[in-house]
Design a protein around this ligand. Structure first.
Ligand code: GLN
Length: 312
């Protein structure tokens, strides 16, 4: 019997132990089912908002939806606006963490940043103040800016290039730096991120706040398609000889509790997949031992997560 996907049965539900269809897994997903989900997601994203603080992001079409499902066993399934390129924004954060864990080891990384969940927005200064200047986790801006300060290289451009090459080589993705997006990020002052970087510096978690901030802005503008994002996601799925399984597991564990900001705990209960979102509408979910789901849809909910991405 051909199984029919209903609105209540998105891809990410297929592995939720709380759902009786969980045994299906990613391998059973067909192109027709994905097309149905994308059509439903296009309706879901209608109420979403585009961010205004990065002018170029505000020019996206809120109706775009692209999905690529990459499976360890079996071919890819992709649908929607899959040729659209988008900046990763905060979706780069788990991959910065992975890079630094591989380069510096766990002790060096977690002396700079915690792994506790936060119920504050992604750019919260109050959270950093409450934590006396130590970033609570690497998935919010304070943690990612602190980690950007640990990337090797003399300036933002060279650090970003080192990370880009490392990721492209290991994941066979083709990320590029979107210079126009970087200009757009720089075109309006981001007082909050500046204040975060300055507090990190005075609390001893950052040596050169301006370089760290510039690095952070660069890496947020690394861009690609859902194909690139799914490939990146596979770095966190496979036991591949180039990445330590222990580091993969750590990043996944942190994503479960911190990947979607204030929505993390709700999503962990409802869906249970390590997932990261970005303000561009990018989102990647890891399906352990099975594959990765990459989505792009720029319309956001009030917490800054892609509406269609959460649905898919
Ligand atoms: N560059 C963005 C910022 O710091 C990234 C944030 C995000 O994607 N949530 O505001």
């Amino acid at each position: 019997m051909v199984e029919k996907i209903e609105a209540s049965h998105p891809i990410s539900d297929r592995d939720n132990p709380n759902h009786h269809q969980s045994s299906l897994g990613l391998s059973a997903l067909t192109q027709d089912q994905l097309n149905t989900l994308i059509a439903q997601a296009k309706v879901k994203c209608q109420g979403g908002q585009l961010p205004t603080y990065i002018p170029l992001l505000a020019q996206a079409n809120p109706g775009w939806v692209a999905v690529q499902v990459q499976r360890i066993q079996g071919e890819r399934v992709a649908g929607g606006d899959i040729n659209r390129s988008f900046p990763l924004m905060s979706v780069i954060k788990p991959f910065v963490l992975l890079f630094l864990l591989e380069q510096l080891g766990t002790e060096a990384v977690f002396s700079q940043v915690g792994m506790e969940a936060s119920d504050q927005p992604f750019n919260s200064l109050a959270q950093l103040q409450a934590d006396r200047g130590k970033p609570r986790n690497p998935m919010i801006n304070s943690g990612a800016i602190a980690l950007a300060g640990r990337l090797p290289g003399k300036d933002g451009a060279s650090r970003c290039e080192t990370l880009r090459q490392w990721l492209n080589q290991r994941s066979q993705s083709q990320l590029v730096l979107d210079e126009a997006m970087l200009q757009s990020v720089r075109s309006l002052p981001n007082e909050r991120n500046h204040a975060i970087a300055n507090l990190l510096a005075t609390s001893g978690y950052l040596d050169h706040p301006e370089i760290a901030l510039d690095t952070y802005n660069h890496i947020c503008c690394l861009s690609g398609t859902v194909t690139d994002l799914a490939q990146l996601g596979m770095l966190l799925v496979q036991d591949n000889s180039m990445i330590s399984p222990e580091h993969c597991r750590m990043v996944n564990d942190i994503l479960i509790t911190c990947g979607l900001y204030q929505a993390s705990s709700r999503f962990a209960t409802d869906v249970g997949l390590p997932t990261k979102s970005g303000v561009s509408g990018a989102m990647v979910s890891i399906v352990p031992s099975q594959g990765a789901i990459a989505c792009y849809s720029p319309a956001l909910d009030e917490m800054g997560n892609s509406q269609a991405g959460l649905f898919i």
